[in-house]
Design a protein around this ligand. Structure first.
Ligand SMILES: NC(=O)c1ccc[n+]([C@@H]2O[C@H](COP(=O)([O-])OP(=O)(O)OC[C@H]3O[C@@H](n4cnc5c(N)ncnc54)[C@H](O)[C@@H]3O)[C@@H](O)[C@H]2O)c1
Ligand SMILES: O=C(O)[C@H](O)COP(=O)(O)O
Length: 604
């Protein structure tokens, strides 16, 4: 794996992104380089996602949202209040790739493949993909994450519609409604041929006991069915609460008269109904699928129908949509099909359109995404509390990497959090992402945000380990201090090396402001604003005045000065906070002060 290479500042003047928009949020001061996403979370509480804003350039102009599949008017209205909306349906993959480079956001349903090529073609402009529905199997989440693109979905608005469609298919299948309808329309009257089976008293196995599955279970119980469910991740008490027993996969297969599928399509669920599993089913079982076509091996289903294992199937979804008209499965007499209509009610489509439009507009505005699928969500109250620590984390990362000497590759970073909070009560993902951002951004051209931080670190061979140092104090404050150490490197400022040979910087928050409190083994105290000059000097009178007057001569304002020493009149490290960047000449003059042994200028 490639290392981060030599940390030479590529373009110091653009590294700190001070021109990014300041948003009218309480968080703006802490996140000048980020967009924030506030919105109500369905499970209660407000959650925030932080994402770097290259779409920020769109703040002066309206951002552009490409709506690639039909979205209800209510959603389009919401989008148009904030963005230029390009409704281009039925784009070919090539047309989508061409258009995407002009778009800040993309909204799709299940019919558009948002693959790696789409993200690559966006040239970094695409910041949000909104999936107007639940299933995100048509979006390449890894590619989205690698490109720092947030993916949001609308997970709740079509639940009832999908459950109702499942029940509609269940009843229609059991009573041959579709086949009988076609027969009557063909001028026949075949009352004996279309004798059905009853639902009452039969066992229904709900496979996937999530939002849709549990709504199907509730309704099926109302029809007098005995409902069991299989879901390796569902809590038993939720099932018990609606009178459903959770059973193993094999037990569900062996006992069900009807099986209704409600799991997502993932590598683990792909073709989970196949020759082997059909063979375990009760003869004459009936299957409903409103989840995803790919969870069934469709050729195996045709065999199971022909062998009489499966009496009937009702399918809303297919491994390839639309399926080939000549498909044996679609044409099978005992199979009822609909063209992926589960979410297609007026009510659900309006709800989904509003849900996804709010999420996408919120994201583009710098507010929140409660339904992000490729980033950890941080509850609002935690974020408010962590705000100054987030700033501290990023700045410590920036300082540490700038202390690395040319020629050293940054590969190993150790972060220690001193806290009196219990591990369960202290989520470090946000802080880790910000430290990663601080380390990587100054020495590369990538933007790092909460979406892509871990991926970017891994890709660059940067291993970040974390430890908590548990303190006795009050858990009221989330953190006492953060220490960032970079191992196996040399430093351009030797005093930054710890006794154990790592570059070490440590900071804490004082009165809401991040401070640098340790460099190597020297205690300092300098507010992390503007830039910093670190000097190691012989501890003697007049040093502060000498350096201060060099800076004063060119009107560089000193915001803070602090001296940390090992012992009086021995070595000391002076940390000087400056509001402006000193000229090369002034820095050279500082370096020439006889008592100064080494110094470094660091940008925050
Ligand atoms: N036909 C449609 O128009 C339509 C509409 C809405 C949803 N859907 C599909 O329905 C499915 C369920 O949607 P949801 O909103 O209920 O999602 P959900 O995330 O709420 O529920 C999915 C459930 O599946 C479970 N699961 C995961 N792996 C499993 C496995 N191997 N075996 C059994 N269960 C497993 C999960 O634990 C979860 O409880 C998704 O595939 C979604 O795309 C289709
Ligand atoms: O996953 C979903 O939300 C459903 O399959 C609906 O898909 P659609 O938006 O394409 O109707």
């Amino acid at each position: 794996m490639a290392s981060l290479g030599t940390p030479t500042l590529k373009n110091p003047s653009s590294v700190f992104l001070s021109s990014k928009p300041r948003l009218p949020s309480v968080l703006s001061a802490a996140f000048p380089n980020t967009l924030r996403f506030p919105r109500s979370h369905p499970q209660g509480g407000r959650r925030f996602l932080i994402i770097t804003a290259s779409a920020a350039s769109s703040f002066s102009n309206k951002p552009t949202v490409l709506v690639a599949e039909k979205l209800s008017e209510a959603g389009l209205e919401l989008l148009k209040e904030f963005a230029n909306v390009d409704c281009s349906y039925n784009l070919s993959p090539e047309e989508l790739c061409t258009k995407i480079s002009l778009c800040d956001a993309l909204i799709v349903r299940s019919g558009t493949k948002v693959n790696r090529e789409v993200f690559e073609s966006s040239g970094g402009r695409l910041k949000v993909v909104g999936r107007a529905g639940v299933g995100i199997d048509n979006v390449d989440l890894s590619a989205a994450t690698e490109h720092g693109c947030l993916v949001v979905n609308a997970p709740t608005a079509n639940t009832v519609a999908a459950a109702e469609h499942g029940i509609a298919l269940l009843a229609a299948m059991a009573r041959n409604v579709a086949q009988a309808d076609a027969s009557v329309k063909a001028g026949k009257w075949q009352r004996n041929k279309y004798v059905g089976v009853s639902l009452v008293g039969k066992t229904l196995a709900v496979m996937g006991f999530g939002k849709v599955g549990s709504e199907v279970a509730r309704r099926a119980k109302g029809l007098g069915m005995h409902v069991i469910a299989h879901d390796p991740y569902a809590p038993a008490d939720r099932a018990r609460a609606i009178g459903v027993e959770l059973v193993s996969f094999d037990e569900a297969l062996a006992t069900a008269d009807f099986i209704s599928l409600h799991m997502p399509l993932t590598p683990a669920t792909n073709k989970m109904l196949n020759d082997e599993t059909f063979a375990k089913m009760k003869k004459g079982v009936r299957i409903v699928n409103v989840a995803r076509g790919g969870v069934i091996d469709e050729e195996a289903l045709v065999r199971a129908l022909d062998d009489g294992i499966v009496a009937q199937a009702a399918l809303d979804v297919f491994s390839q949509e639309p399926p080939k008209p000549e498909s044996k499965l679609v044409q099978h007499e005992r199979v009822t099909v609909t063209p992926h209509l589960g979410a297609s009610t007026m009510e659900a489509q309006e709800g989904v359109a509003i849900e996804i439009s709010e999420a996408v507009v919120g994201a583009l505005k710098g507010e929140l995404a409660a339904t992000a699928v490729n980033a950890p969500m941080v509850p609002a109250e935690i974020l408010t509390e962590l705000k100054p620590y987030v700033e501290l984390a990023e700045k410590l990362g920036r300082l540490a990497v700038q202390l690395v000497a040319g020629g050293s590759g940054v590969k190993t970073v150790k972060v220690s959090y001193a806290t009196s909070r219990a591990p369960d009560d202290f989520d470090t993902r946000l802080l880790r992402a910000m430290i990663t951002k601080g380390i990587i951004e100054p020495i590369s051209s990538v933007f790092v945000n909460l979406v892509n931080a871990d991926f970017t670190a891994k890709q660059r061979g940067l291993r970040i380990t974390e430890e908590r140092v548990l303190l006795d104090g009050s858990p009221e404050s989330p953190l006492e201090s953060i220490q960032v150490q970079i191992a196996n490197v040399e430093s351009k400022f030797a005093s930054a090396m710890s006794e154990s040979g790592e570059i070490r910087v440590e900071g804490r928050v004082k009165d809401g402001v991040p401070h640098l409190t340790k460099v190597g083994s020297f205690e300092v105290d300098v507010s992390l604003e503007g830039s910093i000059i670190l000097c190691r000097q012989v501890d003697q009178p007049g040093m502060i005045g000498t350096v201060g007057s060099i800076l004063g001569e060119e009107n560089v304002n000193v915001s803070f000065m602090s001296v940390g020493r090992v012992a009086p009149r021995k070595h000391a490290v002076m940390a000087i906070g400056v509001d402006d960047q000193p000229s090369k000449e002034s820095l050279k003059r500082i370096g020439e002060v006889p008592a100064i042994e080494e110094f470094v200028f660091l940008k925050l």
